[in-house]
Design a binder for this molecule. Structure first.
Ligand SMILES: N[C@@H](CCC(=O)N[C@@H](CS)C(=O)NCC(=O)O)C(=O)O
Length: 218
């Protein structure tokens, strides 16, 4: 039995899409478990027992928890190779893991500084500065993703949807919260439209009740 602890719109969307793709390709089911981050459910003793980092996602496999997106994606791909989620040729796979790690350990923490500046500075002025610097850096990082997805034909690794497609969607959606209009990244925006119409992505979007609608013009 596989369970995924997730929160709508969070980075847990990445394994969520992978699990929907696995369900379609391999017939393996999973149980989605909603975590209400805004209510602090990630900090309850029960949740900390499965993830002491107080974060989503957590994948629980036969009662055993696994956290960290990169590790979860690697596990899911090796366990369900029939879903074709990641390249198998060693160099192509290493490049794929390099991109996934960068999204997770570089672009993602930059966004945290935009979304939660109170975790990084005390005064209102310092928080505004942290947020502004991070929003500028995040824009540059989205431009790098746009360069990568220019090669996507039609999706990151071809016809089959992957974790990278889901992370690319998530980062562009978060861009709206950083004041970045997706229309200002037209290649990225067009690619994300394709991603959103992939059945596994559409299923995860529907469960999380999210869209690419976070940008509000000032
Ligand atoms: N490196 C971690 C990042 C996880 C993470 O940042 N999760 C966020 C949601 S996108 C979270 O649960 N935040 C809750 C909080 O900070 O209170 C991973 O790969 O799992």
């Amino acid at each position: 039995m596989i369970q995924l602890y997730f929160a709508p719109g969070a980075c847990s969307f990445v394994p969520h899409v992978g699990l929907e793709a696995i369900r379609a390709a391999a017939g393996a089911d999973f149980e989605p478990r909603l975590v209400k981050l805004h209510k602090g459910e990630q900090r309850t003793p029960e949740y900390l027992a499965i993830n002491p980092n107080a974060q989503v996602p957590v994948l629980v496999v036969d009662g055993k928890p696994l956290n960290q997106i990169v590790a979860i994606c690697d596990y899911l791909d090796r366990r369900f190779p029939e879903a074709g989620l990641l390249p198998t040729e060693p160099w192509a796979r290493a490049q794929a893991m390099s991109q996934l790690a960068w999204m997770n350990n570089t672009a993602h923490p930059t966004f945290n500084h935009v979304f939660m500046p109170e975790r990084y500075a005390d005064s209102d002025a310092a928080r505004a500065e942290v947020r502004a610097r991070a929003a500028t850096a995040f824009r540059g990082q989205l431009e790098r993703v746009q360069q990568w997805c220019a090669a996507a034909a039609p999706l990151w690794f071809g016809e089959r949807v992957s974790f990278h497609d889901a992370y690319a969607f998530t980062l562009l959606r978060w861009g709206g919260f950083a004041g970045i209009d997706p229309e200002s990244l037209p290649g990225y925006r067009a690619y994300v439209e394709r991603v959103m119409s992939a059945p596994a992505v559409a299923a995860a979007l529907a469960r999380e009740r999210i869209k690419l609608d976070t940008y509000k013009a000032a």
